[in-house]
Design a protein around this ligand. Structure first.
Ligand code: SAM
Ligand code: GLN
Length: 329
């Protein structure tokens, strides 16, 4: 396919201003979402500038080499490649994550899952799982243990680690996070992110199927969190071309009704949680009530709560394991 270059169609000098304008028009014509923003992000990367700096230097002329690089980025985007794969990075919960091709790109709705859990920690102080051994009921110096299933590039675990480490409103001095994924590429990506963000010593990334890598640890968790694949198999072909063509199918395919992983996690979680420990799950649109029902009668959970994302969609479920003795504990 031949792409019309917005760069070479002009005789007058090419500046940041004209290049952004022309590229945004071209993206719009080709149905690219957020055309202007996409053009700005791609150009800022090539020029090694922040987005806002483009506006401060609007009449800067663009060198030929820069134009060629930008043109390559434009063509990748026009072929449907997601902007974050072209940039090789993305923003999540206020920090920058490296994101490599073949690894699921975290979605904004997953920030809601992180926030729901952080709110819970802040409002409850420390949950019962943490101070179950403290006869005075005070928060004890016990280590907070987190298990994440299906960590992808590490977004959720890293967001929690960064908050625990840097935000003093969370009463957590000592924590360890264990995050699993079935994909070696995802784990490599996640390890690199942990190194860059300086939290490697608190997180271990483990390869394996769902809970399997956690069993040899012989630990119980205060928090078990997951955004598992939950798209019904029959709907995968209806996802946008850019998801279908570029993102890993195994990150999205939730089986026939989308609930295969969610069901397994709900069933297998109780023995891996401390008493009073929290299960936090992201779910697909229309799945929250079903998952709530799966949780309610099983495994001694109490206080099952649904939370919404910014679009008002019931996006996830929080459930606390009872502090009383249950069959599973
Ligand atoms: N936690 C990341 C996030 O929120 O951006 C990634 C979520 S993505 C929807 C689901 C992840 O689960 C993918 O990284 C995929 O590789 C992983 N996965 C799929 N099947 C798995 C399995 N059987 N065991 C562990 N992880 C699995
Ligand atoms: N929210 C994602 C999407 O529709 C799906 C994520 C998932 O399966 N966990 O693109």
């Amino acid at each position: 396919m031949i792409y019309k270059s917005p760069i070479t169609d002009h005789n007058s000098p090419i500046t940041i201003r004209s290049l952004l304008r022309n590229t945004a028009v071209q993206f719009e014509e080709r149905g690219i979402e957020s055309p202007r923003l996409t053009a700005e992000l791609l150009l800022a990367q090539i020029l090694q500038m922040k987005r806002v700096e483009l506006y401060l230097d609007f009449d800067r002329e663009i060198l030929e080499e820069e134009r060629n690089c930008f043109q390559r980025s434009i063509e990748r985007r026009l072929r449907g490649e997601p902007t974050n794969y072209i940039l090789g990075e993305m923003e999540f919960m206020g920090f920058t994550l490296k994101i490599q091709k073949g690894v699921f790109i975290p979605r904004p709705e997953t920030e809601t899952l992180c926030e729901a859990v952080l709110n819970q920690i802040e409002s409850v102080g420390v949950w019962d799982g943490l101070h179950q051994n403290d006869p005075n009921g005070r928060s004890s110096p016990t280590e907070l243990i987190v298990f994440e299933i299906g960590c992808g590039c590490g977004a959720i675990s890293l967001a929690l680690a960064l908050q625990f480490t840097t935000n003093h409103k969370y009463p957590i001095t000592n924590y360890r996070i264990f995050a699993s994924d079935i994909s070696e590429e995802a784990l490599q990506n996640a390890r690199e992110n942990a190194r860059r963000l300086g939290v490697s010593s608190n997180i271990q990334f483990l390869k394996g199927d769902l809970f399997e890598p956690f069993h040899p640890l012989q630990l119980k968790a205060d928090l078990l969190i997951s955004n598992p694949p939950y798209v019904p198999s029959s709907l995968l072909d209806q996802l946008s071309l850019e998801i279908r063509k570029f993102e890993p199918r195994e990150a999205l395919d939730g089986g026939e009704d989308g609930l295969t992983f969610l069901r397994k996690i709900v069933r297998e979680a109780p023995p891996l949680l401390k008493k009073g420990g929290l299960l936090a799950l992201e779910v697909g649109e229309g799945q929250a009530s079903t998952v709530q029902d799966l949780i309610n009668p099983k495994g001694g959970f109490q206080e099952v709560e649904i939370f919404k994302d910014l679009a008002g969609i019931r996006r996830g479920v929080l459930a606390k394991l009872s502090v009383k003795e249950s069959l599973q504990n």
